[in-house]
Design a binder for this molecule. Structure first.
Ligand code: TYD
Ligand code: MG
Length: 452
């Protein structure tokens, strides 16, 4: 019988202590240290029967062979794009997101469509619940196997039996290993079960896809070290009240973190959105005041987004400024610029801003569209529907250049816009666009161009 051992872990950062403390020395949080029972294991291996492996040999970089086969395409273009081409063999992926955002749906969909033998392990739902979800997704599949299990030793036994080419685990917080006695979801369990799975992934070159819960401040629940251990961290986000979902890479050892995938949650599962610009712009009969289209870039991908503003006389003493899917501080900054640099009296007005489709963008090139939408609402004069904007606004009221402006212009042209406003300081090498490119330097120029 192994000796029982306990240790103290910070539930916030995962730091380990020999005794209890009121404040964690590593992250300075109070009351986060909890005692967890761990048991010293005699042997810790994903495969208890595995023979002693011979040690790895050091190789020169040009001696290491690399084959293109190393990536598995997931048959899901949006996911492939975010991963940088597909799942890398032996890699460990962690997918985080709010409850109910669609993590289980996404990975079940992948598990059922990828042309590989997948073992989908769920510690959250029963087999019949998963079957119900699969029926809803309407995917025919005879290759993948569903297992409901939370004990990693049992999971490894099933893996040896099934010999899967891809393993999906829903979720890491439900797993527990025999070697540790702490309860599932505790820091030490998460760390140990992840370590076991990583060992399995690396030794057998099988990709493992993990679902991770997030805490109320949006981080993945468990020790920070979890994110260091895995190769790829993906974040699934979106507004629960909107149907669009965005998949972002927060970390990717095998690709860029600038890419993003867009999905739409339908009643038959997640649909890939390949032409986001077309759906993010609301269809209208006639031009309405207070809307402007921004030519933004998310990652490598151009995205036309509709900005809606409403400026009205404040009813209460303090004017309200509120923004949905846009940084309120940035909105206040732009309003101050309009007030101070361009002389628009907005100090006594309520300003509401909304990004259509509920997609949060942090591309500064949206600034010019925000300002134009505000001015349009303030003047109660519509901006023609075939105009769009791509520029950042500086504190001096200057219109600043943005990166990859040609890509934005081309997207606008492709979608049938006739005029795009950019900064005068943006260099364009290829000057033959069908769309009219208007170059401006100051906020006043834009105003003069639009409403005079
Ligand atoms: P789920 O994948 O269970 O979320 P998570 O694993 O991130 O907690 O997704 C749940 C939500 O998605 C649920 O509220 C219902 C909705 N949904 C659809 O709208 N259509 C579908 O086809 C499916 C399967 C779920
Ligand atoms: Mg789930």
């Amino acid at each position: 019988m192994a000796k029982t051992k306990t240790s103290f872990f910070c539930q916030n950062c995962g730091a380990q202590y020999a005794k209890w403390l009121g404040q964690c020395n590593s992250c300075n949080e109070w009351n986060t240290i909890v005692e967890e029972v761990i048991r010293k294991e005699e042997k810790r291996n994903w495969k208890q029967t595995s023979s002693p492996k011979k040690a790895n040999k050091a190789l020169k970089i040009n001696e290491i062979s690399l084959n293109e086969e190393d990536r598995i395409s997931t048959k899901n273009n949006e996911l492939n794009r975010v991963l940088g081409g597909g799942l890398v063999k032996g890699s460990m992926l962690l997918l985080g997101g709010e409850p109910g955002i669609g993590k289980s749906t996404l990975l079940l969909q992948i598990a059922l469509t990828i042309p590989k033998r997948v073992l989908y392990v769920s510690g959250e739902e029963s087999q019949s619940q998963i079957k119900m979800r699969a029926e809803r997704l309407q995917i025919k599949n005879t290759n993948s196997l569903i297992l409901t299990e939370t004990n990693t030793q049992h999971i490894f036994r099933a893996i040896e039996e099934v010999q899967p080419e891809v393993v999906v685990i829903d979720s890491i917080q439900t797993l527990h290993t025999d070697f540790i006695e702490a309860s599932p979801g505790s820091i030490s369990q998460i760390r140990e079960t992840t370590a076991e799975l990583i060992k399995f992934a690396k030794e057998t070159a099988t990709p493992v896809l993990l679902i991770g819960h997030i805490t109320k401040d949006g981080n993945i629940a468990g020790p920070k070290i979890l994110e260091h251990m895995v190769d790829v961290v993906l974040q699934f986000e979106g507004d629960r009240n909107h149907t669009y979902r965005i998949l972002r890479a927060n970390k990717n050892r095998f690709g860029s973190t600038a890419e993003l995938g867009i999905y739409e949650m339908q009643n038959i599962g997640l649909r890939e959105v390949n032409n986001p610009s077309e759906i993010l712009i609301s269809q209208k009969e006639e031009a309405l005041s207070g809307t402007a289209i921004a030519a933004t870039l998310e990652g490598m991908r151009p995205l036309m987004i509709e900005v809606q503003a409403l400026v009205s006389t404040a009813v209460y003493g303090t004017p309200q400024r509120s923004a949905t899917c846009y940084d309120t501080k940035r909105l206040n900054m732009l309003l101050a610029v309009l007030e101070k640099r361009a002389g628009f009296r907005l100090g006594a007005k309520d300003v509401f801003l909304n990004i259509a489709g509920g997609i949060k963008v942090d591309d500064p090139a949206i600034d010019l569209a925000v300002i134009s939408a505000i001015l349009s609402s303030n003047e109660d004069e519509a901006i023609p529907q075939d105009y769009c904007f791509a520029a950042e606004i500086g504190l001096a009221g200057e219109v600043r250049p943005v990166n990859r402006v040609e890509q934005r212009i081309l997207e606008a042209e492709k979608l049938g816009f006739h005029k795009i406003f950019i900064s005068k300081f943006n260099k364009i090498s290829n000057a033959s666009f069908a769309i009219k490119v208007v170059k401006v330097t100051k906020v006043e120029d834009v105003f003069a161009n639009l409403f005079s």
